[in-house]
Structures are given as structure tokens and as C-alpha cells.
Design a protein around this ligand. Structure first.
Ligand code: SF4
Length: 291
């Protein structure tokens, strides 16, 4: 069995920067509460908690007892930023620059009188945060089928996307919106806020899927970009499993397979990827030895 690693996988620079900033704060002995998980990866969150970085899952400052709060790479809405300022917290802002660009786009569109449609998962922290910059003129539509689109639409529409969506899905979303609602829309402004890091990892996974007959995707089960990679691999007809840790790998998955791909989402730390790759190599050796 041959193991192939995706040419681009694991921590994107936005997540790496956020984790580095948290580790620096811990090393300085600062007591910090992060507003939500720094990354969607339980192993990284546990490591940070062990160094004194607390998490407030509500992603607000309510109940925070430390003098410093940290905004995660996914960002927060405008009211949370105002609460932080008004209540005098020191702040470590790790908002990823791509997410910040999306927040600025949302605010600019809303200020110019556009209703803002965000194509994304309404439960995702990044999307909730971006919605919080739409000045009450935003709505989140989760699917390109547009089933959740309200019957009435304002005539000026701005469209942005969750940063981790694929270009194909975003293009389809916009095309469907025009096809179904062009009679209601007098002006549409589409802002591409997709993340380069994610599209590069998606391309690497797609290319790898051409070479392998089994794909292991490593990353938090709650990580949207990791789930997207698994979907991409399956869409290429490759048998695909999404695991968070090496313990989840089953020997039977590998029977009869010759080329196994390993890829990982942008929130997956190197140690998780290496542990999974090592375990796959062990399984390969056992199969070769007929164990
Ligand atoms: S996946 Fe992209 S948008 Fe999200 S943190 Fe990484 S670089 Fe930023």
C-alpha cells in the first residue's frame, strides 16, 4: 500500500497565526479567555486549555472573569467588539485577514443600502460574526438550491460567501439567484471573499483524489473546511473517511486498496496528521506481513 500526502494541507496561515498568538500569551503568563474555540479542533483546544487559555463558548464577553479576551480567527460581530471596548477588556484579535475582509465587505454593502445575502452555514461562527456586520440588513442562505430565500427581496442585493466555500458552489449560488430572482433585483453586487488557503487545499485534495483509491481526511468533526475536503474527495468517486484522530482508523477500510491519500483541513494540527499517517503506515506494514 502506498501512502500519498496532499501537497497542501493542515493549518492555514490564519489558524497558525491564531494558535501562535495564543501560545505566546500563555508563555507570557497572561490569563486569557477566548470568545469561542481558537480553532475547530478539540486536540488543539485541550492543549491551549492546559496552558491556562480559557474558552467562553458563548462567543460573548458575558461571564468572562479574565482581564484579557481573545477574538478567534473566525472573528466576531460588531456588537461583541463594542462590548469588549465598552467593558475595558484588553484584547488579542486573531481575526483572520480573509474573515476581516468579509466583515468589511458586509459592512460596506449594508452602508451603501444593499441587503446582504451570505451564502454559508448559519450556525458557523464566522458566518454569525459576518452577519453581525450587516447592520441588520443581512440574511444567511445555507444552500445553493435557495430553498430558504424569502419570497420578498429588496431590489439592491449584495452577495458574499462563507470563506471556506468552493468557487464552484459560490458561482452556482450566484447563478441560481440570478436565474430565479432577476425580476426582483435591480442591482446586484457580488464580492468574492473566498479564502485562498482553502481553495489551494481543495485543489490539492482534488488532484490527490485522481491518484488514490482511498482517502483519509484528518480534522475536527466540527470543522467545516475539513468536511468540505471529504465531500470533494467523495465527489471524485473515491472511498473517503473523515477522522479526527488516528484511533478512529479501522483496519478493514484499507483492505484491497493500493494507493491511500492523506489530506487535512485548515484547522488540523501537524501532530494529528503525522499520527494518522504513521498509523496508516503501520496498517500497511501489518497487511504486507499478513497479520
Ligand atoms: S481557512 Fe482561510 S479564512 Fe479560515 S482562518 Fe484559514 S486562512 Fe483564514
Amino acid at each position: 500500500m502506498k501512502i500519498h500526502r496532499a501537497r497542501d494541507m493542515g493549518f492555514c496561515f490564519g489558524v497558525r497565526r491564531a494558535v501562535d498568538m495564543m501560545q505566546e500569551a500563555a508563555a507570557e503568563g497572561r490569563l486569557v479567555t477566548t470568545l469561542g474555540q481558537v480553532v475547530h479542533n478539540p486536540q488543539v483546544v485541550e492543549q491551549l486549555e492546559a496552558t491556562g487559555i480559557a474558552v467562553n463558548d458563548s462567543r460573548t464577553v458575558n461571564g468572562v472573569s479574565t482581564s484579557t479576551v481573545a477574538i478567534t480567527a473566525h472573528g466576531v460581530g460588531e456588537t461583541v467588539v463594542r462590548d469588549i471596548e465598552q467593558q475595558g477588556f484588553d484584547v488579542i484579535d486573531t481575526t483572520c485577514q480573509f474573515v476581516a475582509r468579509s466583515q468589511r465587505a458586509a459592512r460596506n454593502l449594508a452602508e451603501r443600502g444593499f441587503a446582504v445575502i451570505i451564502f454559508g452555514d448559519p450556525t458557523h461562527p464566522e458566518v454569525k460574526g459576518v452577519l453581525g456586520w450587516c447592520r441588520g440588513r443581512g440574511m444567511v442562505i445555507p444552500d445553493e438550491s435557495l430553498d430558504d430565500l424569502p419570497d420578498y427581496l429588496p431590489s439592491k442585493i449584495g452577495v458574499i460567501s462563507q470563506t471556506t466555500h468552493t468557487p464552484e458552489r459560490f458561482a452556482q449560488f450566484v447563478a441560481n439567484l440570478m436565474a430565479k430572482r432577476v425580476d426582483q433585483i435591480t442591482e446586484i453586487r457580488v464580492v468574492n471573499v473566498l479564502c485562498n488557503a482553502t481553495t489551494s487545499q481543495q485543489a490539492a485534495t482534488r488532484d490527490l483524489a485522481e491518484e488514490v483509491d482511498l482517502m483519509i481526511v484528518v480534522g475536527g468533526h466540527n470543522s467545516a473546511n475539513t468536511r468540505h475536503l471529504a465531500d470533494l474527495s467523495r465527489a471524485n468517486g473515491v472511498e473517503t473517511y473523515h477522522v479526527e484522530t488516528a484511533d478512529e482508523l479501522c483496519n478493514e477500510w484499507f483492505e484491497g486498496h493500493e494507493d491511500v491519500g492523506v489530506t487535512a483541513g485548515a484547522s488540523t494540527p501537524d501532530f494529528s496528521i503525522d499520527a494518522v499517517a504513521q498509523r496508516v503506515e503501520e496498517i500497511s506494514r501489518q497487511q504486507t506481513a499478513g497479520v
